[in-house]
Ligand binder design. Structure first.
Ligand SMILES: Cc1cc2nc3c(=O)[nH]c(=O)nc-3n(C[C@H](O)[C@H](O)[C@H](O)COP(=O)(O)O)c2cc1C
Length: 268
């Protein structure tokens, strides 16, 4: 594939993967692509755990689903992430960022705007939304043929030191290489982020992966091959929009936004 096609085709996969195992050579390609990323002094502070054992994937899935249900029921999710939600295509187009829940059961649509109020929270809990979302999440993770845990070497990842920042920077580059490689391989990837939001659940994941004291568990992803006919989860969001150049690029100083050009088109 053309490089820019790959960059433009990179996406977060919200839906299910095919059940097919990820070929060993593809797993190898992903982690080798990661290792090509830049790092401070070529320190390569990243470590990866490839998880393809069914029982382990299902344990992670159960923790992920429970975490999702709890975050939703307690309202933590909505409180923490309120600023990123958009409520219409128009709002997305104007701002060019954030996420828009464009797929939800008809019964919920009238409450879209109240999602973030206490009343909305109660309605959602009464309708069993947290359980639905938790179960959707569990199934998505359990149905993934491969999980990838990303870790950092604590000798480098010292949050109080500059090398802590550098390590995170390098890890981001390594993960982006993996993310781009998935496009070429016909695969998809998504963060399994809910356990990280509940410290005791994150500890459970660390124990499952035998993470030693010298490594910091930073993220877990689910990966697999993407089906041609993509089925979306019950409640789903989209985030294809991007800011216009004038919203994020400046010329010579932060006082002069870059022009959007004649068409005002977005870069991707
Ligand atoms: C640091 C970071 C955390 C993210 N957390 C999540 C997450 O918890 N769940 C998820 O589905 N996607 C997560 N994403 C993916 C973003 O939601 C996604 O990249 C963004 O909405 C743009 O969509 P796209 O990747 O399809 O272009 C995360 C991405 C980054 C870089």
């Amino acid at each position: 594939m053309e490089f820019f096609e790959v960059v433009k085709g990179r996406r977060t996969t919200n839906g299910p993967f095919l059940p097919d195992a990820v070929l060993p050579e593809h797993q190898r390609t992903l982690v080798e692509a990661a290792s090509m990323a830049p790092s401070h002094f070529n320190s390569q502070p990243w470590r990866f755990v490839l998880v393809d054992e069914r029982a382990k994937i299902e344990e992670v899935a159960a923790i992920s689903g429970q975490s999702m249900t709890r975050l939703m029921e307690e309202g933590t999710f909505w409180k923490r992430y309120r600023p990123y939600f958009r409520f219409s295509e128009r709002e997305m187009a104007e701002r060019g960022d954030g996420i828009f829940i464009d797929q939800m059961p008809a019964a919920l649509k009238p409450f879209r705007k109240q999602l973030f109020s206490q009343a909305g929270q109660q309605i959602m809990n009464r309708l069993g939304v947290p359980k639905t979302l938790g179960e959707d999440n569990r199934k998505l993770v359990a149905g993934s043929p491969l999980l990838l845990a990303v870790l950092l070497d604590r000798n480098e990842y010292r949050p109080e030191a500059l090398s802590g920042f550098y390590s995170v920077f390098g890890m981001g580059a390594a993960v982006e290489n993996i993310w781009l490689a998935t496009v070429e391989l016909g695969m998809g990837i998504q963060f399994v982020s809910t356990p990280m939001e509940i410290p005791e659940n994150w500890e459970k994941i660390k124990r499952l992966l035998d993470v030693p004291d010298g490594l910091a568990l930073m993220a877990v992803y689910r990966l697999g091959y993407v089906p041609r006919d993509r089925k979306r989860p019950t409640i789903d969001w989209q985030s294809r929009q991007r800011k216009r150049l004038s919203q994020y690029v400046f010329r010579n100083s932060c006082s002069t936004p870059e022009s959007d050009g004649a068409s005002g088109e977005r870069p991707v």
